[in-house]
Design a binder for this molecule. Structure first.
Ligand code: 2PG
Ligand code: MG
Length: 430
């Protein structure tokens, strides 16, 4: 495949902050990619290059744009790109740093994504199919849709309220993506009415990921409102919860400072067991801080004996405890070293996959492959700052991820991903 041109520009993300869009041209057409950006980023993530000058509050990405146009473009224009792997390797060599601090992971991911789209077009296959070929694990499984996780109540760094837990995700349990989307949307709309009636109109203001951001304090309150809404719609039995606690955000001097009080890692683990015994929670993401491996391992070790021996848990927890997904995000940051370390320490049994945490598609696929080898559950994820780009939908299908999270079933940049999945599901049925 010959790249005819590569252009980059600074655009707005969903929070109104600068981000990058690239346009890569081949004889098959123009391929666009938009770069997402996190607010509660893990400290082990690859570097997102920002200008750091007074313009745009220091958040400008003109240096990264320049890196694409002046460092990457001259190396790839008019060259024959034979594979995703060789293109990504070339970008990695041009950068040459561990944290992608020379070019910026945001610059690299933009080019990697656009090239992936172009390579799929070159082969005349849909993006998800091309990704599946790249990912090929010799598991001849049919392509399947991920289960969506809808973030219907926002807290933490994504909302102006006192909820410590960043994301309260509703995970519908129907068999098809279309049905799951419908359930998620029904619960979301009913939750809007419940919050408005019970708390008042300001409770339906939304946070960064499109979920409501009511002035609540405790996780129990948030889940009770969601369950009430589900019940009103007769959907209570059809939903489960996954929480993203994003606990690094409230970890200070070895303690977890929450609205419920100050916890040690052990205390917080006990609190989770209590929560799991009361609510239909099937997964907890970042229950502890990114380097607090002892607490992570403690939580997992209390799950393992239950799973292995089917014994009564040491904590008053329900059946779902043994199946709980303990999911790394800031812990694992889509980085193979961190994933291996987390496995060594038995810290988690699932992980978030975000391409911009690592910088290239090839590395993200390698990370996914590693996690699959460990039989971890994978949640492909958006960032809290997004664009209309729906690449992650194809990624989730291509790698056969169990889950995808893209915020609430509302707001253009979130809905774009879910709508793309609807389209893929209908294509796969044909
Ligand atoms: C997370 C993400 C996405 P952010 O913590 O999982 O929901 O948030 O993009 O702000 O890191
Ligand atoms: Mg997270």
């Amino acid at each position: 495949m010959k790249i005819l041109s590569l252009k980059a520009r600074e655009i707005l993300d969903s929070r109104g902050n600068p981000t990058i869009e690239v346009e890569l041209e081949t004889h098959k057409g123009k391929f666009i990619a938009g770069v997402p950006s996190g607010a509660s980023t893990g400290k082990h993530e690859a570097l997102e290059l920002r200008d750091g000058e007074s313009r745009r509050n220091g958040l400008g990405v003109l240096k990264a744009v320049k890196n694409i146009e002046e460092i990457i473009a001259p190396e790839i224009i008019n060259q024959d790109v034979i594979s995703q792997n060789s293109l990504d390797q070339l970008i990695l060599d041009l950068d040459g740093t561990e944290k992608k601090s020379k070019l910026g992971a945001n610059a690299m991911v933009a080019v990697s994504m656009a090239a992936c789209r172009a390579l799929a077009a070159e082969k005349d296959v849909p993006l998800y199919q091309y990704i599946n070929e790249l990912f090929n694990q010799k598991r001849e499984q049919p392509l399947a849709l991920p289960r969506p996780c809808f973030n219907v109540i926002n807290g933490g760094a994504h909302a102006g309220n006192d909820l410590d837990v960043q994301e309260f995700m509703v995970v519908p349990q129907a068999d098809t993506f279309a049905e799951n989307l419908e359930i998620g949307a029904e619960v979301y709309q009913e939750l809007k009415s419940v919050l408005k009636n019970k708390i008042g109109p300001s409770a339906i203001n939304v946070g960064d990921e499109g979920g409501f951001a009511p002035a609540l304090k405790y996780p129990e309150e948030a889940m009770d409102f969601i369950l009430e809404a589900s019940k009103n719609k007769g959907l209570q039995e059809k939903i489960k919860f996954i929480l993203d606690v994003a606990a690094s955000q409230f970890f200070e001097n070895g303690k977890y400072k929450t609205q419920m009080g100050i916890f040690t890692g052990v205390g917080l683990a006990n609190y989770y067991f209590d929560l799991i015994s009361k609510y239909p929670i099937i997964g907890i993401e970042d229950p502890f801080a990114e380097d607090d491996f002892d607490s992570w391992s403690l939580l997992i070790s209390r799950l393992l004996p239950i799973r292995q021996a089917g014994k009564t848990p040491a904590y008053p927890a329900g059946r779902q405890v043994s199946k709980l997904a303990v999911v790394g995000d800031d812990l694992t940051v889509t980085n193979q070293q961190r994933i291996k370390l987390s496995k060594e320490k038995e810290a988690c049994n699932g992980m978030i996959l975000k391409i911009n945490q690592i910088g290239t598609i090839t590395e993200a696929l390698e990370s996914a492959s590693l996690a699959k080898g460990y039989e971890w559950k994978i949640i492909v994820s958006h960032r809290s700052g997004e664009t209309g780009d729906d690449f992650i939908s194809d990624l989730a299908v291509g790698i056969g991820a169990e889950f995808i999270k893209s915020g609430a079933p509302a707001r253009g940049e979130r809905a774009a991903k879910y709508n793309r999945l609807l389209k893929i599901e209908s294509e796969l049925k044909q």
